[in-house]
Design a protein around this ligand. Structure first.
Ligand code: SAM
Ligand code: SF4
Length: 410
């Protein structure tokens, strides 16, 4: 079993007084077509590396992966489930039903557990979306990107604006809560075109909106064939527009790219940003699991065909390592400083098992540079720090060995 490969005998580098909340991430790696900007572990259904799309075998592999992982999370309750991709909505509702039933039979889910599934408007069918709800999905996240046919074509999407609108209408009628993904600073996009996209999106009264700046990632088609994009000043004006319009519609920006109405923040992502634990199942999935004396990161085999073969043998994990205590402050703030409201220093101690002294020199430097605001035992990015978030995060890069002290000594 993959889980059985972790045999820790010696005490680790940290001391955790309590384990953090545990979430479950499940990766479904296939798409109708690979988008030219996408560097996620996603494969065309029968393209190179993707193997053959075989949902029954893939679900068997996920269940075998979960079975092998159970000893690592024994007795813990799951606070949220996120089925991401790839394009999970390519899977049939029956396959998602079998998967979620297998999860529920093996892991206790918290009452009211959020269960998100990512859907692509190119896979939209009315009954299909409702059937996902019947399978136990509570929240749909729709990859709209834009409602503009020209912009959608320019970024190689398989759907058009009309399909995006139909998918969002259906999500709004079938689910109590849902998210729309939009991207901005698209090839040839003007602020006026973005304003039209935002108005269309906000017209659906989405409880949650994620808005991402299109980035040209290495190893994508766009990296080698870059399209003409809006310049930095225009992109910055676009972000101002996004923040203003979403606020005017009652959506608060609570994370760099996330906007929500009260009560609709994504619990699953908030767990990542507060350095919670997550078991990651599926091809290429990452996981972070805490134990009383160590924090471990895992990665599964990346290619779907290799993943299925390995997971069915009980060896889904391709790589795992214990996070060094000296890396924990940076790893923690990399996540927590994405939150607009920042975090309590007590949370740092609780999640990392390190004393707050491990953060002190960097905290002081960041406050002096005007990037961070500190009030008693709470810290949050300043407006300037939020604008220059990577500068703020880099202030916490490991420079010297971190003193290990239990949380009580913080
Ligand atoms: C893993 S994708 C899954 C959603 C689904 N596959 C889709 O694309 O419709 C999650 C979101 O990441 C965003 N995204 C992906 N690649 C990006 C890039 N290069 N720059 C900015 N956002 C990106 C898109 O908004 C996308 O909806
Ligand atoms: S549909 Fe989503 S995951 Fe698939 S290639 Fe496009 S952006 Fe990537």
């Amino acid at each position: 079993m993959a889980g059985a490969t972790i045999r820790f005998v010696k005490p680790g580098a940290v001391r955790l007084a309590a384990l953090p909340p545990l979430a479950l991430y499940i990766h479904l790696p296939w798409c109708l077509k690979k988008c030219p900007y996408c560097d996620f572990n996603s494969h065309e259904r029968s393209g190179p590396g993707g193997g053959t799309f075989d949902e029954a075998r893939y679900v068997d592999a996920l269940v075998a992966d979960l079975d092998a992982s159970l000893p690592l999370v024994w007795g813990r309750r799951v606070v949220s489930v996120f089925i991401g991709g790839g394009t999970p909505s390519l899977f049939s509702p029956e396959a998602v039903d079998r998967l979620l039933a297998a999860v529920r039979a093996r892991l206790p889910l918290e009452p009211g557990c959020e269960v998100t599934l990512e859907a692509n408007p190119g896979t939209f069918e009315r009954e299909r979306f409702r059937a996902f709800r019947g399978a136990g999905v509570t929240r749909l996240s729709i990859g709209v990107q834009s409602f503009d046919d020209g912009a959608l074509q320019a970024i190689g999407r398989v759907h058009d604006g009309a399909q995006a609108r139909a998918a969002v209408e259906e999500a709004a009628s079938a689910f109590d809560t849902f998210n729309l993904d939009l991207m901005y600073a698209l090839p040839g996009q003007t602020p006026a075109a973005l304003a039209r996209d935002l108005d269309t999106a906000l017209g659906f009264r989405p409880p949650h909106l994620s808005v991402y700046h299109l980035t040209l990632e290495p190893n994508t088609f766009f990296a080698t064939h870059p399209p003409a994009l809006p310049d930095d000043d225009t992109a910055s004006d676009m972000l101002d527009l996004i923040v203003e319009r979403t606020a005017a519609h009652g959506l608060a920006r609570y994370e760099v790219s996330a906007f929500a109405r009260a009560g609709h923040r994504c619990r699953h992502n908030q767990n990542y940003w507060t350095f919670g634990d997550y078991l990651g199942l599926g091809a290429g999935a990452h996981g972070k699991l805490s134990f009383p004396e160590r924090i471990v990161r895992q990665v599964r085999w990346r290619e779907p065909a290799a993943y299925m073969a390995k997971a069915l043998e009980g060896n889904a994990v391709s790589n795992e390592h214990e996070v060094a205590a000296s890396d924990l402050p940076f790893e923690f703030v990399l996540n927590a400083l994405r939150l607009k409201d920042g975090f309590d220093l007590a949370l740092f101690a609780e999640r990392t098992g390190l004393g707050v002294t491990a953060l002190e020199p960097a905290l002081t430097r960041a406050v002096e540079r005007g990037l961070l605001v500190r009030e008693g035992l709470h810290v949050a990015p300043s407006a300037r720090g939020y604008d220059f978030l990577s500068d703020l995060q880099q202030a916490f890069l490991p420079t010297a060995p971190v003193p290990v002290t239990p949380p009580s000594a913080a």
